[in-house]
Design a protein. Structure first.
Length: 94
């Protein structure tokens, strides 16, 4: 576990966008719920909220072509660009 987290941290510090997706059929990624998720957020992992893995990969691919920095990718990833984020994401903003 420690080596994996160290590798993630190294990738993020080098400007690599790391996105956390859920394996569940329904429901969002809630990185703030558990200690490890909070640690991932603090490291800079981008939560995919309730996007499918396919939507998150596609969105990241588009943003990597459009954005000039990791900070810009993170900012744009939080937005719904084409309806890829569901109702849960909108409710969580309230």
């Amino acid at each position: 576990k420690g080596e994996f987290l160290a590798a993630l941290k190294l990738a993020i510090t080098r400007g690599v966008a790391v996105v956390a997706c859920t394996q569940c059929v329904r429901g969002p990624v809630s990185l703030g719920t558990y200690a490890l998720g909070g640690h991932l957020l603090a490291m800079g992992v981008i939560p995919a909220d309730d996007m499918t893995t396919e939507a998150a990969v596609t969105k990241l691919t588009v943003l990597m072509g459009r954005c000039s920095s990791l900070a810009e990718i993170k900012q744009e990833f939080a937005k719904s660009l084409a309806g890829e984020k569901g109702l849960v994401s909108e409710i969580s903003k309230l």
